[in-house]
Design a binder for this molecule. Structure first.
Ligand code: FES
Length: 480
């Protein structure tokens, strides 16, 4: 299940850390946010090293749809209502500045990353809502327009158009910057203590440390696990589906996302909270939707993405926690990882360099507003449910009854366990206790992974860690 980006770009390997080093700034995490932060800091004359547990771009960056846009769904009207016009304006301006900054860097560094400047649209069946959103976007300074006709064959009353947005190949972009940076790959961080980072290959002593690891993995301080949850969504690369000029996202339940890359339309959808996909069939449903829209299409690639969602739908970018002045964080990018990565790179660079940034208060991780409380309560409730399930959930399967390519929680003489039966009939058994904070894992039949409903850690059927905040794999027993 390689994404179209992984299939079409193979970034050169970087060395692992071997010895003790010092730097002004150490960035942990080699996704788009980490790479851009390191780049912006180096450009500002700050000696920066980047530590990546595996390969750069190998986490969520390879799974994005790589839309670079300030149009984050149907959000302007809601943001003005909830956050006030000034904050909403700053949020939009920051994202628009991010779009421009990509164009500037790609031009300056001459990066061949298939950049395409295009318009972004959010479509809906609700005309009144579309008109209100257009008006709100214009109030925030966007040259938005209401379009009754759009080029995708979805039932809708039209769309809100944001002109001058962009899309590109995210891995080719990272490849274009990597040679300018001090990167250590295959260097997982074991421990961070104040200004010292310990890895298997050596220690890094840094003036500032940036956590750009998708989900921050240090639980205390910060407690990001209690302030975000993760969601999965699925993408198909469709051939023989025609050519799109713009990029699109729907509004409401069951929304779809569209963009063009080369000869493919990338169709995204079927999102759900991580750990809540027991029935599976997401790819099949998305394919049904694709065939209804484009009867001649063929699926050339498919993959899934995972996003961190904050309660107020604004990323956390800034100081990690009040009692860790030298730790900085970039996380909670919702579905908008490209523009949020660039905002975090510029904002964190300014924080390190002591420069005022007009957007820092909007993204400040220590912000709090009462309207987030219901979402935090819901997330906490899910986490409590995930924890108690471990004790009260009775398995309804036995290993012997599993079909091939099926996974389930089963009873064993030692207690409950997660078991997957491969196509060849081999059984792989793992502990179903998440090593992050102990919730019971759920089987995801679409991805053949064990997923945590509490904070979204994911593991393959052999127990290997795929996604944090957990920092290690789950206990496993030898295959039978
Ligand atoms: Fe937190 Fe599993 S990810 S308990």
């Amino acid at each position: 299940m390689k994404s179209i980006w992984s299939k079409t770009c193979n970034i050169e390997k970087q060395p692992a850390l071997n010895g003790d080093i010092e730097a002004d700034v150490a960035v942990i995490g080699g996704g788009m946010a980490g790479i851009l932060a390191a780049y912006q800091l180096e450009q500002a004359g700050v000696h920066t090293v980047l530590l990546e547990a595996e390969r750069i771009g190998g986490g969520q960056t390879k799974n994005t749809t790589a839309k670079i846009t300030s149009q984050h769904g149907m959000f302007c009207h809601t943001f003005i209502e909830k956050k006030g016009k000034e904050t909403a304006k700053l949020y939009v301006q920051a994202n628009q500045a991010a779009v421009e900054e990509y164009r500037r860097i790609i031009g300056k560094e001459q990066i061949p990353c298939d950049l395409r400047v295009t318009d972004s649209y959010v479509y809906s069946r609700n005309e009144e809502k579309l008109k209100k959103e257009t008006e709100s976007a214009r109030e925030l300074g966007i040259d938005a327009s209401f379009e009754r006709q759009i080029e995708i064959p979805v039932p809708c009353a039209g769309a809100v158009r944001f002109p001058g947005q962009a899309e590109f190949h995210p891995l080719k972009f990272i490849e274009g910057l990597a040679g300018k940076l001090n990167i250590y790959e295959n260097t997982p961080v074991k421990e961070v203590e104040r200004n010292r980072i310990r890895t298997a290959g050596g220690t890094v002593l840094a003036g500032k440390i940036i956590f750009a690891t998708h989900f921050p993995f240090v639980n205390f301080p910060g407690m990001y696990f209690a302030r975000m949850h993760q969601e999965c969504s699925y993408v198909l690369a469709l051939e023989q589906a025609g050519i799109l000029n713009g990029m699109y996202i729907g509004d409401g339940e069951d929304k779809l996302s569209f963009r063009q890359y080369d000869r493919y339309i990338l169709l995204g959808g079927q999102g759900h909270r991580t750990g809540e996909n027991r029935e599976g069939g997401r790819y099949a449903k998305l394919q049904e939707q694709a065939e209804a829209l484009y009867p001649d299409c063929r699926v050339a690639a498919y993959w899934s993405a995972q996003d961190c969602i904050t309660a107020d739908k604004i990323p956390f970018i800034g100081r990690y926690a009040p009692d860790r002045p030298d730790w900085l964080v970039a996380s909670g990018f919702q579905k908008w990882g490209m523009s949020s990565s660039m905002i975090s790179a510029m904002l964190l660079r300014d924080l390190v360099c002591g420069i005022d940034n007009p957007y820092s208060a909007v993204f400040d991780p220590s912000r709090f507003s009462a309207e987030e409380v219901p979402q935090i309560m819901r997330d906490t409730g899910k986490a409590v449910k995930g924890l108690t399930k471990r004790f009260f959930h009775i398995p309804d399967e036995t290993a012997a009854a599993l079909e091939r390519e099926q996974g389930a929680i089963v009873d064993t003489p030692q207690g409950k366990a997660g078991v997957y039966k491969t196509e060849a009939g081999e059984l792989f058994q793992v502990d179903i206790v998440c090593p992050h904070l102990g919730c019971e894992l759920s089987w995801n039949p679409d991805e053949k992974t064990w997923d945590c409903p509490c904070h979204g850690s994911r593991f393959d059927y052999k127990g290997n860690l795929l996604e944090g905040p957990a920092q290690e794999g789950i206990d496993k027993e030898e295959k039978q």
